[in-house]
Every structure is written in C-alpha cells, then in structure tokens.
Design a protein around this ligand. Structure first.
Ligand SMILES: NC(=O)c1ccc[n+]([C@@H]2O[C@H](COP(=O)([O-])OP(=O)(O)OC[C@H]3O[C@@H](n4cnc5c(N)ncnc54)[C@H](O)[C@@H]3O)[C@@H](O)[C@H]2O)c1
Length: 431
C-alpha cells in the first residue's frame, strides 16, 4: 500500500484532507485546491463548516472570491478522512495554566484520524509544538488503529510558517521544512509539498523540524524583547529608537531590524517559546533567553500605560478621567485576530487607572474578552477631537493617518505609524 501511495504522489493523483480550518488550515486548503489537489477541509466547529459551505471565509487572508474560485469540500464528518491519501493536522496548540503546552487538540485530531486510518495514508502534522510530539504522542495514537508506521502508513512533521496579512509571502512561496518519522515518510511528505510549495527543505527527523520552528519563533521573540529594552534605553538617552534601528539596518550583513511595540500578540510568538521552555526543562536544560524576553515583552502594556500617563501629565492632565481613544486592538496591523493581543492588557491597565477608554478598529467591531466589553467607534474628526489622548497600538493601513495627525490633541504612537509617514508633529510621542 505504501508503494501505491508513492505512485499516486509521483503521478500527482493523490487527494488530501485538512484537519482544522483556521489561519493555517484554510489557506492550505485553498493553496492545494489551486494546484489541482482534490481536497476536503474538516473542522469540529459546525459554524466554520456552514460558513465555508456558504462561500464565506472567516480568515483575513482568504477572500470569499478565492473560495468561490476553488473546488473543495468542507465537512465535520471525521469518517470522510479515510478517503484522503494525505491528511494534514492544523489544529491549535495553546498554553494551559502555568504556560504549559496544551497539545490536547493534536491528540483529539489524532484520535479522529486513527478511528478511520487505512493502509497507504500519510499523516502530516503542521501545528507548532515541542520536539517529540509527532513521534512520542501522535504516533502511538495513530497506531492504536492497529496499523503500523512504515508498513501501513507514514507520518511526518512540517511546520507552517504562514504570516497573516503578509501579501508577499503566502503558503505557496514560503519554503517548507519537512521531517519524517521515517526516511520514507520524509520522502513522501517532500513529494506532497513539492506539488504546491516552491521550495521544500527536508531534514533528518521530525524532531529536527519541530525544533527548527521553535528556533524561528523564539528568535523573533528574543529580538523583539531586545529592541523593546533598547527603546527604553534610547528614551532615557534622548534619541529616537526608530531612527536608531533604521540606521543600524543599513548594515548589509549581520543585522536584521526589529521594531519596538506595545507587546507581542497572536497565536504563535508569545506561546511557542514556552513550548521550547517545557521541552528544555524535560531534558534538565534551562532557557534563560526565553525567561528574560518574557520579562521584558510581558511588561510592555504597563510601559505603554505609563507612557500615556506621562504624556497626559505633560499636558497638565491626569490619566484618571481622561478620554483615551485606542487605535487598533488586533495583535498586529491589518488583521482581525486579537488572540493574546497586548491591547487587552493595556486597555485593562488604563481602565484600572480610571481612564475612560474607547477604541476604533475596522477589523475588530467588538471586543469582549478578559473583562473588556467595548464596541469599535468610527474614526472621525469628532471622536479624535474628543480624546484627551489617542493611543496607536496597531498600525492598520485603513486608518486615516493624515486625519489623526491633524485632529488629535495628543498621540502616543507605539508603532511609529505617524513618524513612518512623515506626520510626527509636536502632538505625537512614541514609546
Ligand atoms: N496563526 C498563525 O499565524 C500561525 C502561523 C504558523 C503556525 N501556526 C500554528 O498552526 C496551528 C493552528 O493555528 P491557527 O492559527 O490556524 O489556529 P485557529 O484557531 O485559527 O484554527 C484552528 C482550527 O482547528 C479547529 N479544530 C480544533 N480541534 C479540532 C479537531 N480535533 N479536529 C478538527 N478541527 C479542530 C478549530 O475549530 C479551528 O477552526 C497552531 O499550532 C499554531 O501555532 C499558526
């Protein structure tokens, strides 16, 4: 049966199923369908399936038009998984209490696949996780089916690197690292991705691929912490951190620019380093970089609250009772995702100090999370003029930056959104 699978992979006659249709899974469905792969999307959330079957996308990066152009099926029936030759797992990997990895979604997905696993299938895990998950956790679950790895089915890990709202790099042109639980698993997964991804980079094991993903995201997390610390130092010295970074970035080698901000959000960067930390702890190793970066990055919302307080103070105003208009509550520009967004802690901090907080975000019409209950207000002359302080947390392109610069009395710009556009006047301070 494995030979038959290879024949299908080589002849491009294989079909696939994607388990988990979120920010990662839905673009994977669309990319494969565009490459001519017969693909079925599977999700446990009926609302997601209903919406996709009605042609409505719930993901920023996939427009309804793109769904209309492709031929794909969407289902919540796990029995359909047995029809696919290749099954991708793209389910969430959040943190449990105590910042411990929660791989229960991978376990549940594995159980659903095992229930109808058949000979000649290849299972590929794409969710971010700690080294060992594929071979030590997922494999035993799949083998509960009575089938054996290598003899009956193949298994690989291939971390997703998608960057929501990045128009230059989408699933098809982001190079893919692939590591199999066996050599034939790596070879099969490589054939799969070569059909719809421009560059594939095979590695010697699933563990290597799992670790590579954690290195990438921890690298980002640590460097963001470094530049956040630099911004505090720059402010104390009296220089502009954005000018400093842009100057350093002219070095053509050995430097990569990272920019300060109000903290780190989303489903990946703030979580993945803790998967690494857990894996390191099991081996008795420490992760001092992760701890230091956590200490700096997690403090940023408080730094922002203090910055707003200081800026108002310079205008002879107390934070208590002041109207603060927050611009952008998504975790980054041009997306609607507010998971782990530092905006929530910042708004909470401002409210605790007695500020009257409103927000405007064209991508997030209402924010009901972590004790916050607010609806987005329109960004117009009146709301801007009514604010004692405008706080820019996410630099959405949809904001009218000219209007903000012209109308707001005081702006705390944590993204240098106005400076980048040559609009930083005397009414603007940064972090
Ligand atoms: N969002 C990103 O930018 C990004 C980038 C790279 C990697 N990742 C990683 O990819 C994985 C998925 O992230 P996401 O952002 O797409 O998550 P998401 O929350 O957007 O989507 C996950 C989907 O999986 C579904 N699901 C949960 N359990 C299921 C099950 N047992 N069977 C079928 N469907 C199930 C959920 O209903 C949801 O629709 C995570 O490990 C994440 O760390 C995310």
């Amino acid at each position: 049966m494995i030979e038959e699978l290879f024949t299908k992979l080589e002849n491009w006659t294989w079909s696939s199923a994607v388990v988990g249709l979120g920010y990662v899974g839905l673009p994977l469905v669309v990319t494969q369908a565009r490459a001519g792969v017969p693909v079925t999307g599977f999700d446990v959330k009926e609302s997601v399936i209903d919406s996709l079957n009605a042609g409505r996308s719930h993901i920023d990066d996939i427009a309804d038009d793109e769904l209309a152009e492709i031929d794909a099926r969407f289902t919540s029936d796990p029995a359909k998984l047995s029809e696919a030759d290749v099954i991708f797992i793209c389910v969430p990997t959040p943190l449990a209490v105590g910042k411990l990895p929660d791989i229960s979604y991978i376990e549940r997905a594995g159980e659903a696949i095992a229930a109808s696993l058949r000979r000649g299938q290849l299972v590929i895990l794409e969710s971010t996780t700690y080294p060992g998950t594929t071979e030590d956790t997922l494999l035993p679950i799949l083998e509960k089916s009575g089938l054996k790895l290598e003899d009956d089915f193949l298994l690989a890990y291939a971390p997703e690197r998608v960057d929501p709202a990045n128009a230059s790099f989408r699933t098809a042109n982001i190079p893919r690292v692939v590591g199999g639980a066996t050599l034939r698993s790596t070879a099969a997964a490589e054939l799969v991705y070569r059909r719809f991804i421009e560059k594939v980079h095979p590695v010697s094991s699933a563990r290597t691929a799992e670790m590579a993903k954690l290195l990438e995201n921890t690298f980002r997390w640590v460097n963001i912490a470094l530049v956040n610390e630099m911004s505090t130092i720059a402010r104390a010295i009296g220089v502009d951190i954005w000018e400093v970074v842009d100057a350093a970035a002219t070095k053509p080698f050995g430097f990569m620019p990272f920019y300060p901000g109000p903290g780190v959000g989303g489903h990946c960067i703030p979580l993945d380093p803790f998967y690494l930390q857990w894996a390191a702890r099991v081996t008795g190793e420490g992760t001092r970089f992760v701890e230091l970066a956590e200490a700096i990055n997690s403090r940023m919302p408080q730094v922002v609250v203090s910055r707003v307080q200081d800026a108002l103070n310079d205008h002879a105003k107390a934070l208590r009772g002041s109207n603060v208009l927050v611009l952008g509550v998504a975790y980054k520009k041009n997306v609607r995702d507010f998971r782990e967004s530092p905006a929530k802690e910042t708004i909470g901090g401002l409210q605790q100090h007695g500020a009257v907080v409103t927000y405007s975000d064209p991508h997030v019409p209402s924010l009901r999370d972590e004790g916050i209950e607010l609806d987005s207000v329109p960004l117009d002359e009146r709301t801007l003029a009514d604010a004692d302080c405008v706080l820019i947390l996410a630099d959405h392109d949809a904001f009218d930056h000219q209007l903000i610069a012209r109308t707001a009395r005081l702006v705390v710009d944590t993204r240098n959104a106005l400076g980048r556009r040559g609009l930083r006047g005397d009414n603007v301070v940064t972090i």
